[in-house]
Design a protein around this ligand. Structure first.
Ligand SMILES: Nc1ncnc2c1ncn2[C@@H]1O[C@H](COP(=O)(O)OP(=O)(O)OP(=O)(O)O)[C@@H](O)[C@H]1O
Length: 917
């Protein structure tokens, strides 16, 4: 067996490693365990039950790591580098005394406390080493690996706002909202600003850090703690806990006990620090969304005694309210859906992770791809499809994409320098090239879907990261043997998928050992690299219990969909299959049934249709949107092209070699397209789910979609497309889908497009994202006004100009819209000429002007307003000083009324009232 470079280095340097590092063997073990390169069994093997000396432990450690293969050896060298960096920082810390250690004026020994704090920094710095298994994976082909830099951290864009407002219940899958942040008006900032904000200022703050799954919250926290530990001058004392760990504590506890179990080395110092200088303490609590205890800010009993035992929920409430440990600053991280668990009034500032900008994505790809050429091809590929680019704002997704695109192909290209430049289109690829199919499809004209990416990712993980990982594993033979490997791993994947599906049904993303066992998943099997890269193990330092989670929720959603589709194709009910698995029987049994049925060429098509229909109607019923990605994957996995990528797992459609040139992608089965179109036309789905059905159509490679989207582009450019002329035939959900993909669209111009209230409702998910909305000459009516009011009340609304000239609002529509604008703080320019609002409508606007101080320009030409309406407006304007323009041409004023308006105008130099008879 040919050895990889890290395995060879480990073998070659064995003597020096034992000589130089035996002293640190305990730390090495711990870190290697944390990054997933060692299992618990390995740990006890290395220590030999405590009977071995340090040097023997080190030797056994090296043997175990060597035996685990190239990835583990690579992780070993990364860990070594970070330990080396820490050792340097330690000597720096030793040289610079910590400020502020004159803690007690009570005659205590300050030197002791300083020593405790120094040790605390050292421990936290080490525990929060920036190296984690996934980042090691991401860098495994990277050139920077050998440069000695310890981490592959890419700076990420954040935003900061003071305080926050309660978000409306989002009806979208969180991944769908990722791009929106960049369109916002919050102040953008970097990781450095976050560090400065949290570490340099003493004081009592409550800060929230919000970010979708996999956006890098935990990574940021680890980085922050690591930076703090390296900064010899920082005055803060950081304490860091995760809600995931707190979940594992069962009974009531006192805060003091909790902290001292976790930070036993701080025992003599902590209480004194809390009493004398609480402003120096920063308590970090990571992952509020995972907290299983209820936070009841109204009814939790007040407690300010850290020695009193409390339920975990009450303890967190009292910490956040500042009763327990008053004066400290607290940072809580959470996925967006859970930040509302904390009352806004308690929040000093909110940081949101916006994600990687395009430049940051390029930087990430440069770090994770083997060559600069490949990095730029991957970057180009990603930017060619907006959903992909939007999803790549999430670091975990970048990792999946770069593994799907580079992994395997990279090694093979390295072996064959002649093909080292990736082809830009299928036509230029030599037959037999080892470039994965997905790269062969990099031509913009061809459909590329998220499902394809995940299929490639899964295949790559299985083929190139399985047990027998080595250079040999990257050879063409390995890829050729993929179908067989996939077939062999089918039962395991099925069990994993069933676990993922059950988790999705229950909205659970964290599993314990019992969950795994109920799906016949062997925990010790997790040491296999394939599993480590899909399902990860955490060990809570508070209780030493094990828990598991998929590396990213989208991987859980993909595996759940894979399970569902495989079950449905076999004619088995996915829900019943789940029950069987829960009852202890392995999924292998049902896969076996599937294969034997398939062999008999029995195709229970009607069952398949029923199960797929169930999946969509069930997904559609979940208004939270958490099933959206699952539905997209189900659609994508029914496409023969994607099934071909995973042939072995799916019954191959053709007997084509996976290394030969790709055939043109085949569309989904017609029944799927028909089902999705009927959902779109049915009109019973919410606007957000309608948009998701369009995403499903894209994943299903609906052949007509591209053409229809081109038609929409022409409509947006105000050039009528021949097949888009009939407004009755337009599907506005499709436009909403398209608009979600265009991040920089500021101006939505849909004037005179036959858009009615129903169509506008379908556009609701995207309306708040624009700065200008032009909807003139459309039959919106009162119902349309209600949709607009809803968009204007969205806390993230960015609309500044709302032009609804001649849209049939009437006085009732005007009233509804004015109500919506009462809560809006963005619209400055409201044009509503020719809407027959009359005096009643004018009165509603007058009412609005009493409380709204954002509007600067209102245009009400030709609206049947009489002197009575003018009076109401003038009375309101006595109080309002923000309005600068009021156009009242062509209304029903008497000469007297006009005169009064003109005289009023003279008394208000900052207000220009335009009026004539
Ligand atoms: N700034 C970054 N640079 C490089 N890689 C990153 C960065 N942030 C995150 N990653 C990668 O993405 C993966 C997921 O990140 P992380 O676990 O921190 O996300 P999270 O927001 O805490 O997710 P969850 O909400 O699921 O807990 C990490 O394992 C890491 O490899």
């Amino acid at each position: 067996m040919e050895l990889g470079p890290c395995s060879m280095a480990l073998q070659g340097q064995r003597v020096q490693l034992v000589e130089n590092w035996s002293r640190k063997v305990a730390q090495l073990q711990q870190l290697l365990y944390q990054v997933g390169a060692l299992t618990e069994e390995d740990l006890s093997l290395v220590t030999g039950g405590g009977r071995q000396g340090e040097r023997d432990c080190m030797r056994t450690l090296l043997d175990v790591i060597f035996g685990r293969g190239e990835e583990a050896c690579r992780a070993f060298f990364h860990v070594l580098q970070s330990l080396q960096a820490d050792t340097k920082a330690e000597s720096l810390l030793g040289a610079v005394p910590l400020q502020g250690c004159e803690l007690g004026n009570d005659g205590s020994a300050p030197v002791d406390i300083q020593e405790h704090l120094r040790k605390h920094k050292e421990i936290l710095g080490r525990q929060n080493s920036p190296v984690d298994y996934l980042s090691v994976m991401a860098r495994k082909f990277s050139g920077s690996e050998s440069s000695g830099e310890p981490s592959s951290f890419t700076d990420i864009t954040l935003s900061r706002r003071v305080g926050y407002t309660v978000p409306l219940l989002s009806n979208q899958h969180e991944a769908a909202t990722v791009g929106d942040g960049f369109r916002g008006q919050d102040q953008e900032c970097t990781f450095k600003d976050l560090c400065q904000g949290l570490l340099s200022v003493p004081g009592e703050d409550f800060t929230l850090l919000s970010g979708v799954a996999g956006s890098g919250k935990t990574t940021l926290i680890r980085r922050l703690v690591h930076e703090w530990a390296r900064d010899a001058h920082s005055q803060k004392v950081v304490l860091s806990l995760s809600f995931r760990e707190l979940n594992l504590l069962s009974g009531p506890q006192s805060l003091q006990e909790l902290l001292l179990v976790h930070y036993s080395h701080l025992k003599p110092a902590l209480a004194r620090l809390v009493d004398s200088q609480p402003g120096r303490i920063l308590l970090i609590l990571d992952g509020l969304d995972e907290f299983r205890f209820r936070l009841d800010f109204e009814r939790s009993p007040k407690c300010s005694d850290p020695e009193r035992e409390l339920g975990l929920g009450d303890m967190v409430v009292n910490l956040i309210k500042g009763h327990l440990m008053p004066g400290i600053s607290i940072l809580v991280t959470s996925r967006p859906h859970a930040i509302s668990k904390v009352p806004p009034l308690l929040v000093t500032q909110l940081y949101s992770i916006l994600g990687f900008s395009t430049e940051q994505q390029s930087h990430y790809f440069k770090q994770s791809c083997p060559t600069p050429q490949m990095a730029s091809v991957v970057g180009e590929y990603v930017s060619s499809y907006q959903p992909l680019q939007l999803m790549c704002r999430i670091p975990a997704f970048c990792l999946i994409v770069s593994m799907a695109l580079c992994d395997g192909s990279a090694s093979c290209l390295n072996q064959a320098p002649a093909t080292n430049t990736l082809p830009s289109s299928a036509g230029t690829t030599p037959a037999g090239s080892m470039v994965p199919r997905v790269m062969l499809m990099s031509s913009r004209a061809k459909p590329i879907t998220i499902t394809e990416i995940y299929c490639c990712f899964l295949k790559s993980v299985l083929v190139f990261h399985g047990d027998s990982r080595s250079q040999e594993a990257c050879s063409p033979h390995r890829l050729q043997g993929a179908p067989q490997l996939l077939q062999e791993q089918g039962p395991l994947l099925g069990d994993l998928g069933a676990l993922a599906f059950k988790g999705l049904l229950e909205r659970r993303f964290l599993f314990d050992q019992a969950d795994l066992t109920s799906f016949s998943l062997d925990c010790s099997g997790l040491s296999k690299a394939f599993l480590v890269e899909t399902l990860r193990e955490d060990r809570a330092s508070l209780t030493y219990q094990r828990s598991f989670h998929f590396i990213h929720t989208s991987v859980q959603e993909f595996l759940a969909a894979l399970y569902y589709v495989l079950q449905a194709l076999s004619g088995s009910n996915p829900f019943t299959g789940l029950k069987t698995a829960m009852g202890g029987a392995s999924f292998a049994a049902s896969l076996h049934v599937f294969l034997s049925r398939a062999n008999k060429l029995l195709k229970p098509r009607w069952l398949l249709r029923r199960y797929i229909k169930n999946a969509f109607s069930w997904g559609g019923r979940h208004q939270s949107g958490h099933m959206d990605l699952f539905c997209r994957f189900v659609s994508g996995l029914l496409v023969p092209h994607n099934q071909f990528i995973l042939s072995g797992l799916f019954r191959s459609q053709k007997t084509q070699s996976p290394t030969s040139l790709p055939t043109p992608p085949q569309p989904s089965p017609p029944f799927l397209l028909k089902l999705l179109h009927s959902q779109l036309q049915g009109g019973c789905l919410s606007p957000e789910r309608q948009v998701n059905v369009c995403h499903c159509l894209y994943e299903a490679m609906d052949p007509g979609l591209t053409k229809r989207l081109q038609g929409w582009m022409q409509v947006l450019a105000q050039q009528q497309a021949p097949d888009c002329c009939d407004p009755a035939k337009r599907d506005w959900s499709e436009l909403a889908f398209l608009l979600q993909l265009i991040p920089d669209l500021e101006d939505l111009n849909l004037e005179a497009q036959g858009l009615d209230a129903d169509g506008l409702r379908r556009l609701l998910p995207v309306l708040p994202l624009f700065s200008t909305i032009r909807l003139g000459q459309n039959p919106l009516g009162t119902e349309g006004a209600a949709v607009l009011a809803c968009a204007m009340q969205n806390p993230d609304c960015r609309v500044e100009r709302l032009w609804v000239v001649q849209t049939g609002l009437g006085c009732e529509g005007c009233r509804v819209l004015a109500e919506g604008l009462k809560l809006n703080r963005t619209v400055v320019d409201l044009r509503m000429a020719i809407n027959n609002i009359g005096d009643v409508g004018a009165g509603c606007l007058a009412d609005l002007l009493q409380s709204n101080h954002t509007l600067k320009d209102i245009r009400l030409r030709d609206n049947q307003v009489t002197d009575k309406g003018a009076e109401l407006l003038m009375t309101a304007l006595m109080e309002n000083t923000s309005l600068e323009q009021l156009w009242l041409f062509d209304n029903k004023f008497s000469k007297d009324g006009v005169k009064k308006l003109k005289e009023f105008s003279k008394t208000r130099p900052q207000l220009d009232i335009k009026v004539c008879i």
